[in-house]
Design a protein around this ligand. Structure first.
Ligand SMILES: Nc1ncnc2c1ncn2[C@@H]1O[C@H](COP(=O)(O)OP(=O)(O)OP(=O)(O)O)[C@@H](O)[C@H]1O
Ligand SMILES: [Mg+2]
Length: 408
């Protein structure tokens, strides 16, 4: 759909070619930006119906591209999954596979103007009505961010503003949404209540401190306090515990779960840590190179992983009580996002290829009402035998690295 870059024999872009691409990109992105910045847009323009009213969010064939000077990066290339009300969906996958960009597309905080949602729909259930955020103008999104959908970022030190006190940063969110008509005292009381809610003692003292005066775990709690200050329907937690040690990590996850149940929100939990997903998630989505390769309930994904990539992920996680000298690692690397192949993106790294894998990108195959996988091994009648074979392969992969370790 969008123009490709022409490289010379050595694989470099000429200055002329680079200029041509950026001119073309500007034309495309300006159109998107113009639409987004319109004022007083009729809400019926971005209103929609949820496919299932029990879902809080529905990602439907979402495409998010970055128009860079070296070509179009297809960071998210046809992602479809649902987030049911009151449930936690874990999103896992290798670094750079598009987990964060999918979340940023929902909250419309992509790096502009390069980053644009170019296709699909993201339906957001707001109780009495629903909207498609890919069509909503910036004006409408400002009302939703922080109050209906909020995000907990990976690195609190870079997300909190170092020159404002903790209290002021929590108050800012409250004053913009729930506390629009409240007086200063009431807003302050709510901010202090939030600091207490996230389990920090001395809430009044912390209220007057700057971010650098707090420990990493406390800063992460403050981020959660800010995210939950207006009881959002959807909490996006993008690797919320990566920067913390395991004991604090467990406390933060506990806190997130308790608060989620208290306000009946849904959580989209992005993480590299399969242990965290197993503990927190009801459903799991496995992403690879901008697409979903498998989705299902947490039990299905952990007990019966079907896609070779998921099998590799499971085999590469440490198991308590099992001695291995070296963990399994998936061979090869992710294809270049500017120049994706026209066959299965995982094929070149796959150790379980079948003949059909030379064909075009495989569609999703349904293994159960909730379990789907995009892999040729499950096409036609082969799915039952492939599933049993999978369990054996997983054991073999783990055992293989085990023996190798013992040999040395
Ligand atoms: N502003 C940007 N400009 C160009 N490309 C970008 C930009 N932001 C992200 N990308 C590309 O989009 C792809 C997906 O990035 P994303 O941040 O979603 O990865 P991720 O799955 O969250 O990885 P991680 O686990 O490391 O956080 C990557 O290939 C990245 O290079
Ligand atoms: Mg990320």
């Amino acid at each position: 759909m969008f123009g490709n870059s022409k490289k010379d024999e050595a694989g470099y872009l000429s200055a002329k070619e680079s200029r041509r691409i950026s001119k073309e990109n500007r034309k495309i992105t300006q159109d998107y930006e113009k639409k987004r910045k319109r004022k007083n847009v009729d809400p019926s323009e971005y209103a929609c119906e949820m496919r299932d009213p029990n879902n809080a969010v529905e990602f439907d064939d979402v495409h998010t591209y970055f128009f860079t000077d070296t070509g179009v990066v297809k960071s998210v290339d046809g992602v479809t999954y649902d987030v049911p009300v009151g449930k936690t969906v874990g999103v896992v996958g290798e670094s750079g596979c598009g987990k964060s960009v999918t979340c940023l597309s929902l909250i419309q905080l992509l790096q502009r103007p390069q980053g644009q949602v170019t296709g699909g729909a993201i339906r957001l259930n707001l109780g009495d009505h629903a909207i498609d955020v890919t069509k909503a103008p910036e004006e409408a999104m400002q009302k939703i961010r922080g109050s209906e959908v909020s995000m907990i970022y990976q690195e609190p030190m870079t997300s909190l503003n170092p020159v404002f006190k903790i209290g002021e940063q929590i108050e800012e969110v409250i004053a913009l949404h729930d506390g629009k008509d409240w007086d200063a005292e009431r807003i302050k009381a709510r901010a202090i209540e939030m600091i207490e809610t996230v389990g920090i003692a001395n809430s009044e003292g912390i209220y007057g401190m700057y971010p650098h005066e707090l420990s990493g775990g406390m800063r992460q709690r403050i981020m959660i306090a800010i995210a939950l200050a207006c009881n959002p329907r959807i909490i996006i937690a993008d690797e919320p515990t990566t920067a913390l040690d395991v004991t604090i990590q467990a406390q933060i996850l506990d806190l997130l779960r308790t608060l989620k149940d208290k306000i009946n929100s849904s959580i989209i939990l992005v993480t590299h840590d399969l242990g965290v997903v197993a503990e927190m998630a009801d459903y799991v989505v496995v992403m690879y190179a901008g697409r979903i390769v498998e989705r299902g309930t947490a039990e299905e994904i952990f007990d019966h992983p079907a896609h070779p990539y998921t099998i590799g992920l499971m085999a590469s996680k440490p198991v308590v009580g099992k001695k291995v000298k070296r963990l399994y690692s998936i061979p090869g690397k992710v294809p270049n996002p500017v120049d994706m192949p026209n066959y299965c993106y995982f094929k070149d790294r796959c150790e379980l290829c079948v003949k059909a894998c030379d064909g075009e990108y495989p569609h999703m195959v349904r293994l159960s009402p909730t379990h789907e996988v995009s892999c040729y091994r499950y096409y036609d009648d082969a799915s039952a035998s492939a599933a049993t074979e999978t369990a054996a392969v997983l054991d073999e992969l783990i055992a293989g690295t085990d023996n190798e370790g013992e040999d040395k």
